[in-house]
Design a protein around this ligand. Sequence first.
Ligand SMILES: C[S@@+](CC[C@H](N)C(=O)[O-])C[C@H]1O[C@@H](n2cnc3c(N)ncnc32)[C@H](O)[C@@H]1O
Length: 239
Amino acid sequence: MSTLSAADSLPARLPLRYKSTWENLAKRQEGAVMYVSGYQDEERLYATMEDTLGSLRDTVGIHATDVFLEIGCGVGRVGRGLAPFVKEWIGCDVSAEMIRQAQRKTLGLPNVRFVEVSGHDLQPVPDASVDVVYCTVVFMHLAQCDRYAYCLEAKRILKPGGRFYCDNANIASAEGWEMFEGVRTRFAPGERPAQASRCSSVPEFETFFAKAGFENWHVATRPMWVYGWGVKPDRPAST
Ligand SMILES: C[S@@+](CC[C@H](N)C(=O)[O-])C[C@H]1O[C@@H](n2cnc3c(N)ncnc32)[C@H](O)[C@@H]1O
């Protein structure tokens, strides 16, 4: 007698929905800003940019000679403030509409460019071509495997000695738990929207930085957030 497991009733392949999800959100009437920040007020959006610049300064550092790349750049909240301090800022996003809006908001900045990515890798970006990769307020929208895939991609595109920063809501913080419970209780199983926020934890970040092969890495917390940063070794890994 054969038994039917839950896996047998799943579709053969789960659809890859990052692109369609974020393209639709960016085009909604309430606007891309709403889905980037949770509010519609643009002034408030750009006020938070200083906090993010402060985090980058305190972790990976910001130098005039650096090529920076942001994974999931949204409407350019961070890039707009960062570009004047660096050699080049590259905004990557899965949504062409987010990129269009970011282009409008960074008009006049000569050292800014954008790359539309698949949602699973940074394939158009050459190996060892960037000094700093960062990813902020994006991991919460990704499955855990895809977060790690971006850690590996960050390492691939970083120059030897290049720096990587990422963050996510921390499930062990009061605010992170509130967010987790909000999603769990608000939506029935199977009705959770694809972009619904998912937390990380300190052990997840420590594991990703170590397994991806970063060195001199650190993982820290602040209210709501877990964040980590590390350096790509400047010599090939020993076998
Ligand atoms: C909450 S917004 C954050 C935007 C920006 N990092 C900021 O802090 O202002 C999330 C962004 O990630 C993008 N995104 C979502 N899934 C992605 C994926 N798999 N790969 C690349 N970008 C993604 C969305 O299109 C959106 O622009």
